[in-house]
Design a protein. Sequence first.
Length: 403
Amino acid sequence: MKRYVFVGASNRAMGMYVKLYAEEFKDYAELAGVFDINSVRAGILGKACGNIPVYGDFDRMIRETKPDAVIVTTVDRYHDEYIVKALEAGCDAITEKPMTIDAEKSRAILEAEKRTGRKVIVTFNCRYMPYVARVKELLKGGAIGKILNADLEWMLDRSHGADYFRRWHRYMRNSGGLLVHKATHHFDMINWWLDQNPEEVFAFGTRNFYGPTREQRGERCFTCPYKNKCEFFWDIKADDFSRRFYLEAEKEDGYFRDGCVFAGDIDIYDTMSVNVKYSGGAFLSYSLVAYSPYEGWKVSFNGTEGRLEAEEFGSGIRRDEPNGQIRLYNRRGECTTYDMMKNNGAHGGGDEELLRDIFIGGMSDPLGKKSGSFSGAMSVLIGAAANISIKTKKPVNIKELLY
Ligand SMILES: NC(=O)c1ccc[n+]([C@@H]2O[C@H](COP(=O)([O-])OP(=O)(O)OC[C@H]3O[C@@H](n4cnc5c(N)ncnc54)[C@H](O)[C@@H]3O)[C@@H](O)[C@H]2O)c1
């Protein structure tokens, strides 16, 4: 049985790994330790894993537990540091998305993997969602011939979208902004669907909705004088988990989970538009907003033999819409429709299948869902290139960032 340790006692570690591990995987893998700079959160995660050892020192955890792999579930800006340390200690690394936040850190991970001969897995759970996988299957099967163009529109609603402006994600230095932190999922899906590598990127990005767009704002919701009238008020005490995991842990590191979304020092964008040219000749138009009245995405592909459209909506007034649909148009304009059942598991059922692949393994993978460092880097680099392009107002070449 393989041994795993965690870096980062995060909500993600608790919600995905620990919960599903306890339900399904404890006979296949051993969770041997957890490291976090915050001992309150680390203690809660350690307890939830059946009282595994809790560490305040990463190197000591590696020395004492001798794991096969390190699961990286901490703040994005630190992923590279722990991935490289894990590889150099002779372990594999299983990292949450985004693999890292910029080109320099991506290169460091790729080089460390080469140098050590160990392996990095990037947990792109979206690839495991039945809906996303079905689109891949159709495109891979040649349903629309050679793909020449893709269009992806992604909408985060005012609950999910706002959440990135409350805490560490809201600073570029921590997350690379939403074009890295969030869009790494989307760019990976497109890269995978197209089966082409991104070559050149041009982007626009701005922040006009969150940040200092209103006078009536506070430091955080908990102490805000406007809490009774602000539609973005989020009560950190309302549920037991948030109170114990974040509020009661603040005294150690000052991490506020409920920062004001209108804070003046927020430096990530809330409105983004990106164009990408791919190695096989396809063009992508992508947009992301973080304040839509409902959550969802729409994608379309045009190819030599037809057009494929897919979409999914998940909140607000569109929450109760029937199952999703994939529409496939052939070159004569005739349409075949595939009804896609809504899957109620975490991340559309993706998390569970992904963990089965990691902890049990041996599953056949005809679509190539399991992702490594190259896919991790390619999706990060589109976002990193977009961030550079927004600043310089010029197109950015991905290869120049990579080597
Ligand atoms: N795949 C998905 O769909 C998905 C969903 C949510 C989050 N995530 C990813 O999971 C990761 C965690 O996100 P979250 O929102 O659950 O985080 P979180 O805010 O709940 O927790 C972050 C943890 O990192 C710890 N930390 C901070 N600095 C550290 C350091 N230097 N070394 C070690 N630990 C440190 C904090 O104390 C905290 O416990 C992120 O990389 C995020 O992108 C992925």
